[in-house]
Write a protein that binds this ligand. Structure first.
Ligand code: DLL
Length: 435
């Protein structure tokens, strides 16, 4: 078996795990029923008695917790302990409305550190490593979360925080960084800076990279591994549940192991909330099993993924989730088919000649939805012959139809012509169906 930080849990017998999950769930239900008015009220309304809860399968009868519940409870309404016992606060910015404030007790911080240590060790890090954390330190959980985890592993930690790319490169060279932690897009940006600074990547000491906090693709992984000469793993987490350390890939690079002794996971149909079988794609729902300050019952993460079937060759028994392919709040329904703009984006990254600058324009012709993908080609393609443009369009339309399951027309538009919204981001969807 590959190295584990806590093999007694990470590779535990699934039967023992189910028993542990049930005991921890009972304790959590009791704690929230006692201390959190929202849960007390919902349990009473639905006739749920934490004292008689005896079967893990009954989780599906528990009420969901949504982002709206968290906003309403801003800032501390869902805490299950008095502030006196809270030793840390983080918050997620959120794109709309109020942020979500997450509180941690001293025990929560200890647990969090251990769970991040698990993903670090799974991704190749150890005591002898120099870990450079290029994630924001602050209210964002990324920087501090990985920092405590890396210290728990016993590595030498560089709290580089985000930004200042040339300084990051200098640190990486001088301190001989062997493990790099960042978002995947920042890793690519750093790779470009290395190139611009004429740094020979082979002269660096990089071995492993842990990336996450945003969607990325296998194509991006290949590009990062190739340009930074390291082994890159995917890492998932969210402030509402804890931060990084909820799930992470091992060196098999085949999906992210969820620390199921601390989190109960389900996949549900985002439209109906019904539980879906393993392997099917849907919304990830998480129940925390050990959190003290900010426990969550069946939190609707909004993240779309699936539970991967079968055991992992690494020896861990904790089940894995696949890549996060999108979020329920950016899901479009085109002729009844669920389409995630992020999936379109992933496809564009894979097809040569296109850029990820695109927008999807929706119309209604009669009763039927019509979708058109407008995409900016690369500068190089602009100078190619018309026949090559045509070939690219046909290729894109074929791949969109086969991968999304619905036909979408494609049109190339002038580079730089697509409207930019805030922060220079392209506006992804223009829905004219209601007009
Ligand atoms: O992004 C925690 C984190 C930090 C995870 C560093 C991994 C590494 P939030 O800011 O609350 O927390 O954002 C959580 O980011 O619901 C997903 O939509 C997205 N996300 C996180 N990890 C991944 C990933 C942190 N590996 C939200 N792939 C989540 C795709 C991810 N999306």
């Amino acid at each position: 078996m590959r190295e584990c930080f806590e093999p007694q849990f990470e590779a535990m017998d699934r039967g023992d795990l189910a028993q542990l999950q049930l005991e921890r769930l009972q304790a959590t239900l009791n704690r929230v029923a006692r201390n959190v008015p929202l849960y007390r009220r919902r349990f009473a309304e639905q006739g749920i008695d934490p004292d008689t809860f005896a079967d893990l399968a009954d989780v599906r009868h528990l009420p969901f917790t949504t982002k709206a519940d968290l906003r309403e409870a801003y800032p501390y309404g869902l805490f299950a302990v008095p502030l006196r016992e809270v030793v840390r606060l983080h918050a997620s910015s959120g794109t709309s409305g109020k942020p979500v404030v997450a509180g941690y007790t001293r025990n929560d911080i200890k647990t969090w550190s251990r769970l991040v240590a698990r993903v670090l060790v799974a991704a190749g890090a150890g005591q002898d490593d120099v870990v450079q954390i290029a994630l924001g330190y602050g209210l964002f959980t990324g920087g501090m979360g990985f920092h405590y985890g890396a210290e728990t592993v016993g590595a030498a930690v560089i709290p580089a925080s985000s930004g200042g790319t040339r300084r990051q490169v200098a640190i990486m060279q001088d301190y001989r960084t062997s493990v790099f932690v960042a978002t995947p897009s920042y890793a690519l940006h750093l790779a470009e800076t290395l190139c611009a600074m004429d740094v020979n990547v082979n002269s660096l000491s990089l071995r492993y990279g842990l990336f996450g906090a945003e969607t990325w693709t296998e194509a991006m992984r290949a590009a990062i591994e190739d340009r930074l000469k390291l082994t890159a793993t995917d890492n998932y987490g969210l402030s509402e549940i804890m931060g990084p350390g909820v799930a992470g890939e091992c060196l098999e690079q085949a999906g992210m192991h969820v620390s199921e002794d601390h989190f109960l996971i389900e996949i549900v149909d985002p439209a109906t909330g019904e539980r879906l079988p393993d392997g099917e794609e849907g919304e990830l729902v998480v129940t925390t099993l050990t959190k003290e300050a900010f426990p969550m019952i069946r939190f609707r993460t909004g993240d779309i993924t699936r539970i991967l079937p079968g055991p992992c060759p690494c020896g861990r028994t904790m089940r894995r989730i696949g890549r996060i392919v999108g979020r329920t709040d950016d899901m479009l329904i085109i002729r009844g088919v669920n389409v995630f703009p992020s999936r379109v984006e992933a496809l564009l990254l894979e097809v040569e000649g296109t850029t990820p600058n695109y927008r999807i324009v929706l119309h209604r012709r009669g009763a039927l939805d019509e979708a058109l993908l407008e995409v900016e080609p690369t500068e190089a393609l602009l100078f190619d012959r018309v026949s090559e443009h045509q070939a690219l369009l046909e290729k894109l339309e074929r791949r969109l139809a086969s991968e999304l399951g619905v036909g979408i027309g494609v049109r190339l538009v002038e580079p730089g012509s697509l409207a930019r919204g805030q922060e220079g981001k392209t506006i992804r969807v223009v829905d004219r169906r209601g007009l």
